[in-house]
Design a protein. Sequence first.
Length: 544
Amino acid sequence: MSNRHWQASYGSMPHEIDADAYPSVTAMLDEAMKKFADRPAFRCAGCTLSFADVDRLSRDFAAYLQNRLGVQRGDRIAVMTPNLLAFPIAFLGIVRAGAAQVNVNPLYTPHELEHQLNDAGVETIVVFSGVSGTVAAVKDKTRLKTVITHGVGDGSGKVLPSPPVHEQLAGSTTLADALAEGAKLPFTPVALNGDDLLFLQYTGGTTGLSKGAALSHRNLVANVQQFKAFMPAEMLEQPQVIVTAIPLYHVFALMVNFISFFSIGADDWLVPNPRDFDAFIDTLKAARPTVFTGVNTLFAGLTAHPRGREVDWSRLRLAGGGGAAVMSAVSDKWKAMTGIIIHEGYGLSETSPVVSFNPMTVREFSGTTGLPMPSTDVKLLDDNGNEVGLGEPGEIVVKGPQVMKGYWNKPEANAAAFTADGYFRTGDVGVFDARGYLKIVDRKKDMIIVSGFNVYPNEIEDVATACPGVAECACVGVPDEKSGEAVKLFVVKSPGAALTADEVIAFCRERLTGYKTPRLVSFIEALPKSNVGKILRRELRDLK
């Protein structure tokens, strides 16, 4: 299938993009800061920064990094912060100084943080005061020399109520002080090219310690150009308003919400804590977004919330879903509330991240992740490395300008991660239809084998989610004497639902063949999720 049969479905979209349209992401974002200087760039906690503000503040931070910390081209600087104004200021300052950003989940445990900082060779970290205790716990076990802390308001010019900095880090520099000092220092622009390191994006570490996907400036320039190729011209030319509730340290929000939409002058409303649904909905009401991105659990939460319909969705042009499979029942509820479907895409940290996306011309939820991006080759391979036939499942392997060169300092992992002809092995199983739309069947390692038949959890979950009284669900394989494995479904009930396990099984039996029907149903208060909202099936396996 590497003949790119999907291009027949492209319509007027370009088949190729220029991965060197800009010499670096820094050059692309510099252009936006000049071009859209007067427009609002980021809003958070009642504060607004214009593109000119972001330009000035990130320049000041870059000057501080260069002059006070001696930061050089290629140095790695960690950022451990939720969606606050400090994030874009820190990121743009880091890349303008020629350094690379190591994105750190603020909810990491000390063990996870220590591994990541040491693996990346980080000497400087920018950290939100509310999670500074994690840094304090591991600082002496790492190469950290400088800790720059920030509160909710740093960068806005306002002092807003914030958690205290951990007492062991009481003497550290604040971001506000670094910006004030940097304003008085000279800044030396750094000439970067496409091969320079931009991000170390650590993968979830679902199997052992997490690995850093080394993403270059060219990887991200390419993926932005690819993503824009799937957008109608008028969307790129008109001012967009985007609400960012998925975390910016995750590559999905980083590439789509931040880098892509910043490059076209969008007004980006940052949501630091989407679990606070009332504050989140207040932001959506104020923003009246034209673009919104999320994961399945976020869309499901909004459609289930009584205040979801208070939002004026009339301006919404694009709802982009990724990070995990979007359930058709969730998209149906979303369309009933907003008038538009969720356009699902597929990607990974290692692919910067977008591999495929549903074009804007798609008007009905397809249950697929759309068409592969321009300038991208995708093949589906069986266990022997041979391409499968059309309509047959196989492991998705990808080649394109958005694919990382490799994992940071992991030659053995890199040897295993790529095929002999240079395709990245995703570990996901997919199927192509005749039009070239790619459906993700499941993670290879999440597949359940019942009496020799392959059962993909996504399919079971998609059916069970449509059962009245099911708020959300997830399934795993459990050992079974007769069939080797059996399907066990974990269900979170809708509020007030009087639902039994037998009713769920009966609902599934009407819609699924026998071996796919859940044998066991267990009701649970909440599903274990990552901070991005991905359901953690491995934790459910431990619940058995």
